[in-house]
Design a protein around this ligand. Structure first.
Ligand SMILES: [Zn+2]
Length: 244
């Protein structure tokens, strides 16, 4: 993972100086927020503020556990690698777009500068001001765009390299994730198959039992009809009752 890039991204999203949180969370799981606060030398609320900002974009996730002794919840945080890379990809793409815009303007448009105030304006603005500086009334000079064209090109090249790294890393992470999911699916399928087998066996046993229980009553009926003397006994009892 390009930690430095992620560092910068976090600072863009949640204030300067917050990037250190990446170092603390990187390659860890469920980091206690009190540990983070201690390491960053911040209060628990400051740490939570940073993490809430990051979690709004899905860059971190949390679980919470109740502290039995104190009775409040403690949050445990995890950096979401894939989401971070996706966000980095987006951010770099938009930076490249912005810098290409700047480059296009520098290549096609004229800019004017007041050398004593060190202020640069667009041609439209210079025209509006009658080609004299708004601040000191000095006459504007035509800007030399070659420097900023060179600089912007360098930045674009660097940003594109960073983007390539991120895209590459993202595809590795996704590939790993895919394999992991495949393994999980296979395992799940095996469990489903095993359960089906158990169910099939159970059904077969049940069917057998039902079949056996259907046969038994038939045998009993037969035995009852065979034991006709029972009725005679009953009648004898009845007779004795009548005698009473
Ligand atoms: Zn000026």
């Amino acid at each position: 993972m390009q930690i430095k890039l992620l560092h910068d991204l976090v600072e863009e999203m949640a204030n300067e100086g917050t990037g250190r949180i990446v170092d603390i969370l990187f390659r860890k799981k469920d980091v206690n927020e009190f540990t983070i606060a201690k390491k960053m030398n911040l209060t628990i609320n400051q740490v939570r503020n940073i993490l809430y900002k990051l979690s709004a974009d899905g860059l971190v996730s949390f679980i919470r556990k109740k502290d039995k002794r104190k009775g409040w919840y403690i949050y445990y945080w995890t950096l979401k690698t894939e989401k971070c890379l996706e966000k980095l990809e987006q951010s770099l793409l938009s930076k490249i777009k912005d810098f290409k815009n700047i480059l296009g303007n520098r290549e096609t448009k004229r800019y004017y500068v007041c050398k004593s105030c060190n202020i640069e304006v667009t041609e439209e603005k210079a025209l509006e001001n009658g080609f004299t500086c708004e601040e000191c009334a000095e006459v504007y000079e035509l800007s030399d765009n070659s420097g900023s064209i060179r600089e912007t090109k360098t930045i674009i090249t660097k940003t594109e390299k960073d983007l390539a790294l991120i895209v590459n890393e993202l595809s590795t992470v996704r590939e790993k994730d895919k394999k992991k999911r495949k393994r999980a699916d296979k395992k799940e399928q095996k469990e489903v198959d095993a359960q089906k087998k158990i169910l099939r066996t159970a059904r077969a046993v049940a069917r057998k039992k039902i079949a056996e229980s259907k046969k038994k009553p038939v045998k009993k009926k037969v035995s009852k009809t065979e034991k006709k003397p029972v009725k005679k006994k009953v009648s004898k009892v009845k007779k004795t009752k009548k005698k009473k």
